[in-house]
Design a protein around this ligand. Structure first.
Ligand code: B1M
Length: 212
């Protein structure tokens, strides 16, 4: 199995082929870093492009992201041993009162696929928990997701609480979810908005000045 075949397997969402492909590539002494950077990341990049072009829809993107995650799971311990630096650290969660996590998980997976270290703090995340996670993890980016119009304002409270805790200038804040708009994001003082998972990766890279 070559790297091209792994790329194709991710794009096609074939988790078993990704798993076998990554195992074979490792047995063939291809480095974990090469598999990540030359196969998994470009594959998710392609998935993101296809989604943005309207050629892929949410189900295809979810299946591809899951296939990619299978590959990441095999590589993660090896990458940790090698000390490969992630492109940035992200804390992500769904805001207080909100249990929707499909979109948030997809954003997290896509960010992981793009080389970010992702700490997922779950759903129905209280303001205090977000602030504590930022304090503890010192991420470059805080990602919040909201799917209900009633829970959207909670993101504003998190941003205020970050300011009160003296943490606001230490972390970029990205906010998204079906009812969230760019205008709302600006109004509450977040740094960025993304309408979908592919755009979230692009925005995260922009906010952190990641060039590739
Ligand atoms: Co809920 N629900 N739901 N629901 N649900 C919606 C959101 C709703 C629009 C349905 C409707 O009425 N038409 C409506 C919200 C209305 C509103 O406020 N505007 C709604 C409601 C009302 C409710 C309940 C209140 C229903 C009830 O109990 N009466 C209840 C609330 C529970 C709670 O959270 N406290 C509820 C419950 C549920 C389920 C548990 C049954 C289930 C969630 C399961 C789960 O997530 N584990 C559920 C589901 C599945 C939906 C719909 C059908 C699908 C949501 C979804 O997963 N979409 C949804 C209707 C719909 O959207 N068609 C609906 C797929 C996902 C990939 O897209 O989440 O938008 P999405 O994420 C996208 C982007 O938004 C963006 O990227 C993602 C990928 O492209 N994005 C980000 C998301 N987060 C981001 C973060 C970023 C950047 C981009 O930066 C960090």
């Amino acid at each position: 199995m070559d790297l091209n075949a792994i790329r194709t397997a991710v794009i096609e969402g074939n988790a078993l082929a990704v798993e076998n492909g990554v195992k074979e590539a490792l047995e063939a002494k291809i480095s974990a870093e090469s598999i990540l950077i030359e196969a998994l990341v470009p594959a998710m990049d392609e998935v993101g492009k296809r989604f943005e072009a309207g050629d892929f829809f949410v189900p295809e993107m979810l299946i591809a992201a899951r296939a990619m995650k299978t590959g990441i799971a095999l590589l993660r311990p090896l990458l940790a041993e090698l000390g490969v630096e992630p492109v940035g650290k992200v804390v992500i969660g769904t805001v207080k009162g909100d249990l929707h996590d499909i979109g948030k998980n997809l954003v997290g997976l896509m960010l992981e696929g793009a080389g970010f270290e992702v700490i997922d703090v779950g759903t129905d995340v209280s303001i205090e928990t977000f602030v504590e996670a930022v304090q503890r993890e010192e991420p470059h980016l805080l990602g919040m997701s909201a799917l209900l119009t009633t829970t959207m304002p909670s993101a504003a409270e998190v941003i205020k609480a970050l300011s009160d805790a003296g943490l606001r200038d230490k972390v970029k804040v990205l906010f998204g979810g079906a009812p969230v708009t760019e205008a709302f994001t600006e109004q509450i003082g977040a740094d960025g908005y993304a309408p979908d998972a592919a755009a979230a990766v692009t925005k995260a890279k922009d906010l952190l000045g990641v060039t590739n």
